[in-house]
Design a protein around this ligand. Structure first.
Ligand code: XLS
Ligand code: NI
Ligand code: NI
Length: 439
């Protein structure tokens, strides 16, 4: 009999907006249908194993504070299996259907690749059992190519061919493990794929190498029969000064340049967007416009701290705008909302993990309901449609169709008595409209 790691907490229930129970959902009601599907299918929420189960909550100024009775921090298969038990109990009690992991979160890095791989085999056997028992599934897997000292100068972009080979071997095994566990996707986050100074860096060569690594992953996926979705997760800096996968636009350009776009979509993380000087809705919109919005790492940054604080998302104004992009795109296919977020260092109790996830799920439920109403209401969508209506007919339609050029446009202008400026942008009116839907 597996011990319980959260004995005082039972399954979190939906109690409705008037509930005063902090361990209940007020807005997230998994099987409630919003629009065309159940809430659980809109979101496909996932636990981020590294934060929820393994993060000790240290910061650059002090040691970890987290009380995690399931983790004795020994590098053993036994400890890893205990952490897995706790994860599935946790996800089950929250009613979260998916999880995501790095190879080195679920299983220890040992003295040799051979030993690390053997440990991963043993732990993934256990994960498979837990999946089968609970129905909780793997949203995506990844390899940690940034924590070990060997990756101090990068993994796919390391100047050492041996380190590149090590990274490739790790991705190979992580892909095989993701396949074994029926994972629906595989993510690459650059980690240390960037530079600290250009003085020592051959950027072109590093980018070529990174693309080689990704192509090898695509080839290996084919060879082993992995049909899940590949993702790249943009982030501009931290730990590197500049990371090559800096934002959606940079990732799309990289994927296109190296012939990888047909194999990859983007996994957009809120705090990474803001580090890049964008909003998350900007990053999502850029990805969606390219048909490459795959998945979301749901979190939030801090307005006053300039780093990746990975906080839980509680801002309904933001979740509404995220859900608007998602609904307009038609929702997730392989992707989901992975809570790539950690509780604060002061929130050291296991119970805080519940409050954090409940808050994130409720904030997204409210965002979904608001976004759905905005779409149903139609005024926002109609406004945007009308705004571009001068391109629906006449000279505008000819521009879009590509049937005319400069000569015709010049002629058009010469015949005009007055230039039609379209309508006012009405930003303030639209902001008021949005607020009307955020209860
Ligand atoms: C770090 C990233 C990382 C990825 C997975 O900032 O968000 O957690 O999601 O490697
Ligand atoms: Ni992330
Ligand atoms: Ni992050």
């Amino acid at each position: 009999m597996t011990p319980e790691y959260f004995p005082k907490i039972s399954k979190i229930a939906y109690e409705g907006p008037t509930s005063k129970n902090p361990l209940a959902f007020r807005h997230y009601n998994a099987d409630e249908v919003v629009g065309s599907k159940k809430m659980r299918d809109h979101f496909r929420f996932a636990i981020a194993y590294w934060h929820a189960m393994k993060n000790q909550l240290s910061d650059p100024f002090g040691a970890g504070t987290a009380i995690r009775p399931w983790d004795d921090r020994t590098n053993t298969v036994e400890n890893a299996c205990r952490v897995a038990d706790a994860c599935f109990e946790f996800a089950g009690k929250l009613g979260i259907d998916y999880y995501c992991f790095h190879d080195r979160d679920v299983s220890p890095e040992l003295d040799s690749l051979k030993a690390s791989n053997a440990a991963l085999d043993a732990v993934s056997d256990h994960l498979l059992e837990l999946q089968n028992k609970t129905g909780i599934r793997l949203l995506w897997g990844t390899a940690c190519l940034f924590a070990h000292p060997r990756y101090n100068q990068g993994a796919g972009t390391s100047p050492s061919a041996d380190v590149f080979a090590y990274a490739a071997a790790q991705v190979k095994k992580a892909l095989e493990t993701t396949l074994k566990l029926g994972g629906q996707g595989y993510t690459f986050w650059g980690g240390r794929e960037g530079y600290s100074t250009l003085l020592n860096t051959n950027m072109k060569r590093e980018l070529d190498h990174l693309a080689k690594l990704l192509h090898m992953a695509v080839d290996h996926a084919k060879a082993i029969g992995f049909t899940g979705q590949f993702y790249i997760e943009p982030k501009p800096r931290e730990p590197s000064t500049h990371q090559y996968d800096s934002d959606s636009a940079a990732c799309l350009n990289f994927l296109r340049e190296y012939g990888l776009l047909e194999h990859f979509k983007l996994n957009i993380e809120t705090n990474h967007a803001t580090l890049a000087g964008h909003t998350v809705q900007h990053e999502l919109t850029v990805a969606a416009a390219a048909g490459a919005l795959g998945s979301i790492d749901a979190n939030a940054g801090d307005e006053l701290i300039g780093w990746d604080t990975d906080q839980f998302p509680t801002n309904i104004y933001m979740t509404t705008q995220i859900m608007l992009v998602l609904l307009r795109m038609g929702g997730f296919t392989t992707g989901g909302l992975n809570f790539d977020a950690k509780v604060r260092r002061e929130s050291f109790d296991p119970e805080d993990l519940f409050h954090a996830h409940i808050g994130g799920m409720d904030a997204f439920a409210r965002g979904l309901k608001a976004a759905h109403k905005i779409v149903e209401d139609g005024r926002l969508g109609d406004f945007v449609k009308t705004r571009y209506s001068s391109f629906d007919s006449g000279i505008g339609a000819q521009i879009e169709a590509g049937t005319i050029g400069f000569a015709e446009l010049e002629k058009h202008v010469l015949t005009l008595d007055e230039v039609n400026l379209a309508q006012s942008g009405r930003q303030e009116m639209l902001e008021n409209l949005l607020n009307d839907f955020i209860a």
